[in-house]
Design a protein around this ligand. Structure first.
Ligand SMILES: NC(=O)c1ccc[n+]([C@@H]2O[C@H](COP(=O)([O-])OP(=O)(O)OC[C@H]3O[C@@H](n4cnc5c(N)ncnc54)[C@H](O)[C@@H]3O)[C@@H](O)[C@H]2O)c1
Length: 442
């Protein structure tokens, strides 16, 4: 099939190169000229395992190309995916400007019978808005589909190639057959392609993210309770997660959820429900709990060092909102680094993938960047673990002891065991577990 994907970000790029990998001819269009230039020269603007190979194979086979001219791609496409960003607007609702821009380009150039697929995460009713926007600009027949994306950054390619399920909201046979044909290569092991109406597909995406966010916030509140009562959130997690009705994913207490999806999607569904007169009170609490949680480490740090951090130096391990991605959108590291700097401390950060993003778009030179995780420790009064990259989990403790000014670790992802930290002589402040204060290491 001839496919055009509008928006070559985390979602569009992954979808585009996987669909090219299964034999389709794919044009990925993006308004970002620098991104398109990089992609055409074989460079990959995002950090995502497996994507480089798919892109270079697609380019070499002539099945994948990148352009800034979406119109050119739309003119020849049987299927057009809209995968542009839907960032939070001022009131928290999804900002649909990029989506509607894409709709106008489609309306001006589409070929008869094309299927337009909404992949961006959009509130219920948006696919119909897009349909109306296109129909204002053309009399040609076309079909709409809502096909929300469930990939996880860090595992995005694998998630697309081997999805748990694919959700498609359709209202025509043509759209249904087209999605069956496109996804058939990826669901050969029997994972379901679930068809439904368009509104239900749109809401499924928000409901899924809302449930994941709720699990995290609930565990974070239980972690608070653990610290007050002497219970251990890691034991509680294992005990709870082994119940098959509950399952073990998304039960980790820590510094709160971040990234480009959960925070914005929770806020967006709350706002769009309000507009329908529906109060999603549970989700308002989930969001509030998460806002509070992003400062849990700062509160622990202030409790340990006092409110004035002037002259203190903190090593930050991890900038990305989670491991195996360079994405720092709504990453807890940003609030933590800014709070420490705001109280007079200096911060030296390390992240295996996100330092360039941080330097360019987020923390700039408000923090120093270390070549490797050990260099970040030199002279540090404390280590703050913000992202649970694998390489941070079993560090060389002798280097920590030698390089740090004081053996103090704030463990925002519970990567270290309290008992072992005590025997290594480290103060250790995890989330929802036994705190090893100065008295216990003396
Ligand atoms: N990132 C994720 O993990 C993830 C997962 C599931 C769903 N989603 C959803 O998918 C959508 C895209 O997310 P993303 O993370 O890929 O965003 P992104 O910001 O990484 O990429 C969006 C791209 O769209 C481009 N763009 C904007 N307007 C355009 C236009 N008119 N024509 C062509 N290109 C245009 C931007 O330049 C950018 O490169 C969002 O709605 C998001 O909520 C994201």
């Amino acid at each position: 099939m001839e496919i055009t994907v509008i928006g070559a970000g985390y979602v569009g790029l992954v979808a585009g190169c996987c669909l090219a990998g299964s034999g389709n001819r794919v044009t990925c269009a993006d308004v970002d000229e620098e991104k398109v230039r990089l992609l055409n020269s074989g460079d990959v603007p995002i950090y995502e395992s497996g994507i480089e190979r798919l892109i270079s194979e697609g380019l070499a086979a002539g099945r994948l190309r990148f352009t800034t001219d979406a119109a050119e791609g739309v003119r020849t496409a049987d299927v057009i995916f809209v995968a542009v960003g839907t960032p939070p607007g001022e009131d928290g609702r999804a900002d649909l400007d990029f989506v509607l821009d894409a709709a106008r380009t489609i309306g001006d150039h589409l070929r008869p019978g094309a299927v337009v697929v909404m992949k961006s995460t959009v509130p219920v009713g948006t696919t119909e808005l897009v349909r109306a926007e296109i129909a204002r600009r053309t009399d040609l027949p076309f079909h709409m589909c809502s096909n929300p994306e469930f990939l996880k950054e860090g595992d995005a390619v694998a998630d697309f190639l081997y999805p748990d399920r694919v959700v498609c909201g359709v209202d025509s046979d043509r759209a249904r057959r087209c999605m069956e044909e496109l996804y058939e290569p990826f669901i050969r092991s029997g994972n379901p392609l679930i068809f439904m109406d368009i509104a239900s597909a749109e809401l499924t995406k928000y409901a899924a993210n809302a449930m994941l966010a709720a699990r995290i916030s609930m565990m974070n509140q239980f972690a608070d309770l653990c610290e007050q009562t002497g219970a251990d959130i890691e034991r509680v997690r294992r005990g709870v997660g082994s119940d098959p009705r509950i399952g073990s994913a998304f039960l980790y207490a820590g510094t709160g959820y971040g990234g480009s999806c959960l925070p914005k999607d929770v806020r967006a569904i709350i706002r769009s429900a309000e507009a329908q007169g529906v109060d999603l009170g549970i989700l308002r609490s989930v969001a509030e709990a998460n806002d509070r949680q992003t400062t849990v480490l700062v509160r622990k740090i202030l409790k340990r060092f006092g409110d004035d951090l002037t002259g203190l130096r903190f090593a930050l391990w991890g900038l990305a909102f989670k491991p195996r991605t360079d994405d720092m959108r709504e990453a807890p590291s940003r609030a933590i680094a800014e709070a420490l700097r705001g109280r007079g401390a200096s911060v030296v950060a390390h992240d295996p993938a996100a330092m360039e993003q941080s330097r360019e778009f987020y923390l700039g030179d408000a923090v120093d960047y270390a070549e490797n995780e050990y260099e970040a420790l030199d002279g540090a009064d404390a280590l703050v673990v913000v992202t649970e990259w694998l390489q941070y989990r079993r560090p060389d403790w002798s280097q920590l002891a030698r390089r740090m000014a004081r053996p103090i670790v704030f463990d925002g992802r519970n990567v270290f065991e309290p008992d072992r930290m005590a025997s290594r002589g480290f103060e250790h402040y995890p989330v929802g577990r036994r705190q090893i204060g100065p008295a216990e290491t003396a």
